[in-house]
Design a protein around this ligand. Structure first.
Ligand code: AVJ
Length: 324
């Protein structure tokens, strides 16, 4: 299986990202070519994902925002005031103020691997919540992390929106949910809670359209990975011969993104030769979808007990509150 962790950037003498190169070379050598999804998110890719959240067919961001907006009072009642909210992979989240405004937190700890991004977002939030102590932590959320001294005595609420958990195969997802629990319960006292977004299994046509929008924004997001490989790894992948593909894999309950060769092609990456027959694909991302049962099972397998669940009006997306 492809590795999905986030590594700190490690450059060789030519300034090539070692982990990127080895993931790509290893992934392209496989029978079913596959590249870990995290490489989709360079600056251009992160911007393209922001664009995706605005397209008509991509419902998850709107649905989750709807829940956060409509159910603030219920979050407050279920969670209670005075917790330190720890957001995993906070990025430039627009959802955060909705939660912070609802639950009266005692502190906010945004945790992200991208330090510049993180500090900028923390500054912006500080303007909106002048009385809320904010302690940014630059860290890889896939690993157990120690939280700042200042929040040691506070009960914690982990926040992991966006159905980012759906990017991971179950065993990686369980590793992550367990390490989040360890991070949040490092100090004794009140058990931590976790508020996590999980996108739901639904009509296949709706799912596939969400990952293959008519305007082609998701296709661009996928093509950007090939542009990045060609630019950063001295590669010659003929992008014109590849087509974006989004398809529902029912056995694994996930939407898969692929790039499909429209004709036989050969190319080089970092001095190595590869070939694809017509119809062969490079698998670039998984987006797992959940039922109530499968979501609960994933949490329970990671030491979290689900206690409440909220859906948007249309029943497309879920936010689950769990307790350690
Ligand atoms: C950022 C992982 C939540 O899987 O829906 C969107 C990424 N990829 N369209 C998702 C994505 C293509 C997105 N997540």
């Amino acid at each position: 299986a492809a590795r999905e962790g986030i590594a700190l950037v490690d450059l060789d003498d030519d300034g090539v990202n070692r982990a990127f190169r080895s993931d790509v070379l290893q992934g392209l050598a496989q029978d079913q070519k596959a590249i870990p999804a995290r490489w989709l998110y360079d600056d251009a890719g992160s911007q393209l994902f922001e664009d995706i959240t605005q397209v008509e067919e991509y419902y998850p961001t709107r649905a989750e925002t709807e829940i956060l907006t409509a159910r603030g009072g219920e979050f407050a009642a279920a969670i209670g005031p005075g917790r330190a909210v720890v957001e995993f992979g906070s990025g430039s989240s627009v959802k955060t103020p909705l939660l912070l405004g609802a639950v009266e937190p005692a502190a906010y700890v945004p945790l992200d691997i991208a330090g510049d991004f993180l500090r900028e977002a923390a500054r912006a939030l500080g303007g909106q919540f002048p009385n809320l102590p904010i302690y940014p932590v630059e860290a890889d959320f896939m690993r157990e992390t120690s939280l700042p001294e200042e929040v040691a005595s506070l009960p914690k609420l982990g926040f992991f929106p966006g159905s980012t958990i759906g990017n991971m195969v179950p065993r990686t997802a369980i590793d992550l949910l367990r390490s989040m629990r360890l991070t949040l319960q490092a100090d004794h006292g009140v058990q931590p809670m976790l508020l996590i977004g999980m996108d739901l299994v639904k009509d296949v046509a709706v799912l596939e359209a969400a990952y293959d929008d008519a305007a082609g924004v998701t296709a661009e997001f996928n093509y950007n990975l090939i542009r990045r490989i060609n630019r950063e790894l001295e590669a010659t992948i003929p992008l014109d011969a590849l087509r974006h593909l989004a398809r529902w894999n029912n056995d694994y309950a996930r939407v898969e993104m692929h790039l499909e060769a429209q004709e036989p092609i050969t190319f080089e990456v970092a001095g190595k030769r590869f070939e694809m027959a017509k119809g062969d694909t490079i698998h670039t991302e998984n987006s797992h979808k959940f039922t109530e049962r499968s979501g609960n099972l994933l949490l329970q397998a990671s030491g979290w007990s689900p206690i409440r669940r909220w859906l948007d009006e249309a029943g497309q997306f879920s936010l689950i509150l769990a307790e350690a």
